[in-house]
Design a protein around this ligand. Structure first.
Ligand SMILES: Nc1ncnc2c1ncn2[C@@H]1O[C@H](COP(=O)(O)OP(=O)(O)OP(=O)(O)O)[C@@H](O)[C@H]1O
Ligand SMILES: [Mg+2]
Length: 278
């Protein structure tokens, strides 16, 4: 891969506004289905999923286990191919992975033999970015996630939350068009999770990155998202999309967040009851 110019960190145009309506969406899924056929099971993990994501938008995907959230994210990442339907990035059909879509996983996949800075630089190194620029960008993003003091530390010296911060810095350093996050805070203790949610709100406001974030935690989704996509299982479908019109940054203990979360939980309960009857 050759080195390409990276967009500098930029302020979000207006968090929540989602960019210029005249431009094509950053991401468009058109009737995407994904079937997994094994000898024992034939699973329609996604069935005719259509989703459009605007530039700078923060979209959270919630739904019960097995409803296809990770499959959806993996298709956007290019790790999985749809069985039917189409994906467009910036208006162009895309198949396969690319540096424009970077995934942050639940378990921080860091290299234990590299220090924090080298881990943060890793994607840039693979992309062929010259050493000096690599170092500058890694520093910039380690500062953004509050890890400047730890750039020479090794992975075993970091807490779980710090490891996730390194993973986020490494991903953002590549200036992806879309940052994909699959339950990135699920393995963390509640307090660290709260802190990282707060930090992610601030990071998103500063970078204006388009984010698709999968979570089981409805309150987390409401806290972070411009829009919450509620999925239902068997087959995996989008049941509803809820615009969260509360101003950013949000307080997790506010009435607004609690009210939206209650409404979405109701939706999920209704769906679960319907699923039992199906
Ligand atoms: N590689 C695969 N082979 C066979 N079936 C698969 C495969 N990947 C996913 N599935 C099936 O597709 C469905 C959706 O799985 P997926 O992992 O996308 O769900 P999820 O919503 O992310 O669940 P969770 O919340 O537990 O992470 C499930 O029924 C799962 O068993
Ligand atoms: Mg999953």
């Amino acid at each position: 891969m050759s080195a390409a110019p990276f967009a500098p960190t930029r302020p979000a145009p207006a968090p929540g506004a989602g960019g210029d309506a005249a431009r094509p969406p950053v991401l468009e899924l058109r009737g995407v289905s994904r079937r997994f056929a094994t000898r024992r099971h034939d699973t329609l993990a996604l069935d005719g999923v259509s989703l459009s994501v605007r530039e700078g938008e923060f979209v959270c995907v919630v739904g019960p286990s097995g409803c296809g959230k990770s499959t959806l994210l993996n298709i956007v990442a290019g790790f999985e191919r749809p069985s039917a339907g189409q994906m467009l990035v910036d208006g162009e059909p895309v198949v396969g992975p690319g540096r424009d879509r970077i995934v942050v996983f639940q378990e921080a996949a860091l290299f234990p033999w590299l220090n924090v800075r080298a881990n943060a630089e890793f994607g840039l190194r693979l992309a062929g970015v010259p050493a000096r620029e690599r170092r500058e960008r890694a520093r910039e993003y380690l500062e953004l996630v509050g890890l400047s003091r730890f750039e020479n530390a090794f992975v075993h010296e970091l807490s779980g939350g710090m490891k996730q911060r390194v993973q986020i810095a490494r991903s953002l350093a590549l200036s992806p068009r879309i940052l994909l996050m699959d339950e990135p805070f699920a393995a963390l203790d509640a307090q660290t999770r709260d802190t990282l949610q707060e930090e992610l709100q601030a990071i998103w406001a500063r970078t204006g990155t388009t984010v698709i974030f999968v979570t089981h935690n409805v309150r987390e989704a409401v806290l972070l998202a411009d829009r919450v996509v509620v999925m239902s299982p068997s087959p995996g479908r989008i049941r509803r999309e809820v615009e969260i019109t509360l101003p950013h940054p949000r307080d997790p203990d506010s009435h607004g967040v609690a009210d939206y979360a209650a409404a979405i939980r109701d939706e999920l309960r209704t769906e679960a009851a319907a699923g039992v009857r199906r």
